[in-house]
Design a protein around this ligand. Structure first.
Ligand code: NAD
Length: 499
């Protein structure tokens, strides 16, 4: 924490915060057509922060029409990549400039510690936008090797109007993972943030406009999944849906596309990551620390959470002792206190889900080694203790389903074959890790782990340059890296006869 951050009185700033609450359509803030609003609640105290426009089909229609008009008009879609770059770099700079306000908004909206919002979420969102801005005037198209009598160009063109539907766990960052590549490649976007965390998305819309993004290129429609989300995913004039959220909702996106216009559907869904610690792990201290932060960071509300510790029986006790010791130092606390490392769970519904999983673990015979209780009830907020289960069997619910809370399930194995089998035996395949001092063994295991990202002797290492996405029911396509641009472009062949 820098000096500058230490001196900020977040509670004072919170009192003065005036979030944007209306939809952003065609370059203007507007109420929902129905006039309806919904409450946006601070999960740290259960109090309403703001009433936000409750968008539904008519608002989505207006946003899509604006996005289409902007796309066809060409002020953005046909702008030279180098010119788009300048606008997006200004946009990233404005996000950086308003870092404190955006971090405060994010923390109040979804409960994550302010130090994480300041150090991770907001800078990473700005970096993502800037990275795609920098990339866009450096990618080339292709000429196919067809022979002397023809010239065959293989080019990538913007897909058109993109519906981006995003979750609440990293609200601005997940939106940026869509906005960066979608805007850089010349598309218009209608962004539907989660009803649990709509505020930063609404604020950055005007920052994008200020940066020079033409009206209608970025629209934001706050609302619920079954209203605004469904209307967007079913829309006949949306060319592509880029979704991040649960596997259950991701499957619905595929249905919507099938029932409407066969729009492209890109899915980034849930996870149940195995963190495989072999008996020859080189640095137990490091492995334990990575295991603890892999599950407790962001209150465990992470698609990539290291939620299954798959550990060799010879090192299980030593690992657990260290993880529990770390867990004891990460008590849940006021998200606006810069010292807090574990904030509030996003809302009462998610709190109930997490507590339900903890109960099911106990009922199925797993042993609670740490935590297991709701915390800080007097705050009026939704806090859960860091929780560690041991004696978990692969068939138990807490070993198979995504909990999305600070709950670790420890499963032991006796040989590497068994470890690989346990690791792969879930419907998800987003991230995984293997720890071993023998690099050959580590590579062999890494190759066999069915996941989009495998960490070797680390956990949750991250950079915008590497693709992120899942095997199996964790989704399709990839966010981040140059590969993400494939999602927002169509391949076109132009054949010129030279004979
Ligand atoms: P969710 O599926 O409930 O909601 C995600 C978004 O979809 C929200 O904007 C929501 O309003 C909308 N939605 C919900 N139902 C809808 C419907 N019927 N039609 C249209 N839209 C609908 O997920 P969540 O609880 O917001 O987020 C948590 C999930 O996101 C977890 O499963 C997590 O693993 C996943 N996630 C994945 C990644 C990744 O990169 N793979 C990253 C972050 C989160």
């Amino acid at each position: 924490m820098t000096k500058e951050q230490k001196s900020v009185n977040w509670h004072e700033l919170a009192k003065a915060l005036k979030p944007r609450t209306q939809a952003f359509i065609d370059g203007k803030y507007v109420p929902a057509a129905s006039g309806a609003t919904f409450d946006c609640v601070n999960p740290a105290n259960g109090l309403v922060i703001a009433q936000v426009a409750y968008c539904d089909a008519p608002d989505v229609d207006a946003a899509v029409a604006s996005a289409r008009k902007a796309f066809e008009g060409g002020a953005w879609s046909r702008l030279a990549p180098a010119a788009r770059k300048k606008v997006l770099l200004r946009f990233a700079e404005l996000i950086r400039k308003h870092r404190e306000e955006l971090a405060l908004t994010e923390t109040m909206d979804m409960g994550k510690p302010i130090s994480d919002s300041m150090k991770i979420d907001i800078p990473a969102a700005a970096n993502c936008i800037a990275w795609y801005a920098e990339a866009i005037d450096k990618v080339y198209d292709e000429v196919a090797p067809t022979g002397h009598e023809s010239l065959a160009l293989v080019t990538r063109e913007s897909v058109g109007v993109v519906g981006a539907i995003v979750p609440w766990n990293f609200p601005l960052l997940m939106a940026s993972w869509k906005l960066g590549p979608a805007l850089a490649t010349g598309n218009s976007v209608v962004l539907k943030p989660s009803e649990k965390s709509p505020l930063t998305a609404l604020r950055i819309a005007e920052l994008a406009l200020e940066a020079g993004l033409p009206e209608g290129v970025l629209n934001v429609v706050p609302g619920f999944g079954y209203t605004a989300g469904e209307a967007l995913a079913m829309h006949m004039d949306v060319d592509c849906v880029a979704f991040t959220g649960s596997t259950r909702t991701g499957k619905r996106m595929l249905e919507y596309a099938g029932k409407s216009n066969m729009k492209r559907v890109w899915l980034e869904c849930g996870g149940k990551a195995p963190n495989v610690v072999l008996g020859d792990v080189a640095d137990l201290e490091r492995a334990a620390s990575a295991a603890a932060y892999g599950i407790f960071f962001n209150q465990g509300e992470m698609c990539s959470a290291a939620s299954r510790l798959v550990v060799h029986e010879s090192v299980k006790d030593a690992m657990l002792e260290k993880i529990v010791a770390i867990g004891k130092t990460i008590a849940p606390g006021d998200p606006l206190d810069p010292k807090t490392r574990l904030g509030a769970i996003v809302d009462q519904v998610q709190l109930n889900t997490v507590m339900g999983f903890i109960e099911s673990g106990k009922e199925e015979g797993a042993e609670v080694r740490l935590g297991g209780q709701r915390a800080l009830r007097e705050s009026g907020g939704y806090f859960v203790e860091p929780t560690v289960f041991t004696g978990v069997k692969p068939a138990m619910k807490i070993a198979r389903e995504e909990i999305f809370g600070p709950v670790l399930s420890t499963i032991t194995f006796s040989d590497v074959e068994e470890a690989v089998k346990i690791a792969n035996d879930v419907s998800y395949g987003l991230t995984a890790a293997v720890w071993s001092r023998d690099i050959t063994t580590a590579h062999r295991v890494a190759k066999r782990l069915r996941a989009g990202t495998v960490y070797v002797n680390c956990y949750d290492a991250d950079d915008i340059t590497v693709p992120f996405g899942g095997f199996k029911q964790s989704g399709n396509g990839r966010d981040k890296s140059l590969h993400a641009m494939d999602k927002y472009t169509e391949l076109k062949t132009t054949w010129v006869d030279l004979s």
